[in-house]
Design a protein around this ligand. Structure first.
Ligand SMILES: [Zn+2]
Length: 180
């Protein structure tokens, strides 16, 4: 029997029959509206990890295990309220040389000062990256729509011969009956 459950991401209420179930390694079940919603969140989690790893290892050139300064993580999260983690990461990648240059010439008093400086570089460049990302995304959406259009045309062409064939059969049967 279906049981009422709550989506772990958006808190929508559904039931065990229709919701997407994920069982963790301790055997505990979690429910989500659908697989797409769950997959999107998993991707965000993965992208966040990749971004912070990149910032620590490539941008800040930290040693293994050294953490990204909390003030920097906070500014990244603030950016993430609008931008995807992948867009933020791309901005770090494109400004890596720039960041290294300023880290070399500027004498920062502390990590907070350094984080602020780097995040200002990121914030002033992210819209250029975002613009390109958005253009690519819109292009993809358009291509997907075009694919769907082609599929529906093929379906119409496939359906028509079937309709004609069954009509012919019906007429033949009718004529046979009259002959009798
Ligand atoms: Zn949901």
């Amino acid at each position: 029997m279906a049981r009422k459950v709550v989506c772990k991401i958006c808190r929508a209420i559904g039931d065990t029959d229709t919701f997407y179930k994920v069982t963790n390694k301790n055997g505990k079940n979690a429910y989500f509206c659908n697989k797409e919603e769950y997959d999107a969140r998993e991707k965000e989690k993965k992208d966040r990890y990749e971004l912070l790893k990149y910032v620590a290892e490539e941008a800040l050139q930290y040693d293994d295990g050294q953490i990204v300064p909390p003030s920097m993580v906070r500014r990244i999260e603030k950016l993430h309220s609008f931008y995807k983690y992948s867009v933020i990461k791309e901005t770090f990648q494109q400004n890596k040389e720039n960041i290294h240059y300023w880290m070399g010439v500027k004498d920062f008093n502390n990590e907070y000062g350094m984080s602020s400086y780097i995040m200002t570089i990121i914030e002033s460049n992210i819209n250029d990256v975002f613009k390109k990302w958005k253009m690519q995304r819109d292009q993809q959406i358009k291509m997907q729509h075009r694919k769907v259009d082609v599929i529906s045309i093929n379906q119409i062409e496939d359906e028509n011969p079937t309709v004609t064939k069954s009509n012919n059969r019906d007429i033949t049967m009718f004529l046979d009956e009259e002959d009798l």
